[in-house]
Write a protein that binds this ligand. Structure first.
Ligand code: A2P
Length: 336
């Protein structure tokens, strides 16, 4: 039998990729609905050679939908995800609207897939892109040697902010190269040829919301509230692919060689780690358009007896959002 699927936010950066990944992975789709706001209702999208018309979410009746993939922002999820769930759909929500609720599972398919089964509200949350890739790489190390503390600085691409941010980077870059200037609109300051240590909103403790997501989501997904996480989130002028400089301290000593061996057999991970020119992953050379989480620069921290440093790169729109959501849809559909 086949699954009736709705993609909410289908015209956005993540929604478009959800459709692409559903097709690539040959998800057994029966009826497919692509939904967005009234702004793009009536537009036409392609799916596997067929034309599908974008429907207005506000006018849509969710009856008969088996699985709904949401990526249209937190307020849309808050308003509509419960309605889809009440109509019988399992909602896989890419926003942060439900991630921190105790009765909503937060699932990385390679890390805690069993958690997806327990969904009293019919909603499964898809983690934040930066947490997603970090935990695909760190979960095998945590299981082996128990991670006590994580220090991470991210280098996040603009696609994570959405399509308008990608346009802003493109236009600003072109303008500056021809000695013109375009004022920032999406980001608080110029993003072209710059780096911005600010993602989301500032919170009372001096961290930003994007930084605190790494703290809360790591603990929830690994089921371990004792892990210390100290994050600095930085936006960089890259279109696709987030990078992370990750420094961990483990309870048990783990050598770089042992960590490399663990990661080489970890699901969803590709190790690219040679101490030569280009012997490490970057967004452009490895991650962009791909599903794996690429790990390189694995080394023992010379400043700490049980410290390890790693460089973790992945496509934030694919594994960081769309691919994991489709993997969760596969888990749900395969429960039958
Ligand atoms: P639309 O194209 O109609 O604006 P991105 O993150 O790339 O900016 O994409 C956001 C996605 O969420 C788009 O598909 C957008 O649709 C959709 N969206 C935004 N607001 C709403 C809303 N109020 N109702 C339905 N879809 C929405």
């Amino acid at each position: 039998t086949s699954c009736n699927v709705a993609v909410v936010g289908a015209t956005g950066a993540v929604g478009e990729t959800m459709l692409k990944v559903l097709a690539e992975r040959k998800f057994p789709i029966g009826k497919l609905h692509v939904l967005a706001s009234e702004r793009s209702a009536g537009e036409k999208l392609e799916y596997e050679g067929k034309t599908i018309v974008v429907e207005d979410l506000a006018l849509f009746d969710p009856a008969g939908v088996d699985i709904a993939l949401f990526s249209a922002g937190g307020s849309v999820s808050k308003q509509y995800a419960p309605k889809f769930a009440a109509a019988g759909a399992v909602v896989i929500d890419n926003s942060s609207a439900f991630r921190y609720d105790d009765d909503i599972p937060l699932v990385v398919s390679e890390v805690n897939p069993e958690a997806a089964k327990n969904r009293p509200r019919g909603i499964i949350a898809n983690p934040n892109c930066s947490t997603m890739q970090m935990l695909v790489a760190l979960a095998p190390i945590h299981r082996q040697a128990k991670i006590e503390r994580i220090n991470v600085a991210t280098y996040q691409s603009v696609s994570g902010t959405g399509k308008r941010a990608m346009e802003e980077l493109g236009k600003q870059t072109a303008a500056l190269l021809s000695f013109q200037q375009i004022d920032p609109q999406v980001y608080p300051v110029q993003i072209a040829f710059n780096v911005i240590p600010h993602g989301g909103d500032f919170t009372d403790n001096g961290y930003t919301t994007e930084e605190m997501k790494l703290v809360w989501e790591t603990r929830k997904i690994l089921g371990d509230d004792s892990i210390g996480v100290n994050a600095t989130v930085v936006r960089v002028p890259v279109f696709y692919g987030h990078s992370e400089a990750v420094h961990i301290e483990t309870r048990d000593k783990l050598s770089a060689a042992d960590a490399r061996a663990l990661l080489e057999k970890a699901p969803g991970v590709v190790v690219v780690d040679e101490p030569v020119n280009g012997g490490y992953p970057t967004p452009v050379t490895h991650a962009s358009g791909q599903d794996p989480v690429f790990v390189g620069r694995i080394r023992e921290d010379i400043s700490h007896p049980r410290g390890l440093s790693l460089w973790v790169v992945s496509d934030n729109i694919r594994k960081g959002a769309a691919t994991n959501a489709v993997q969760l849809a596969e888990l749900v559909w395969n429960e039958r």
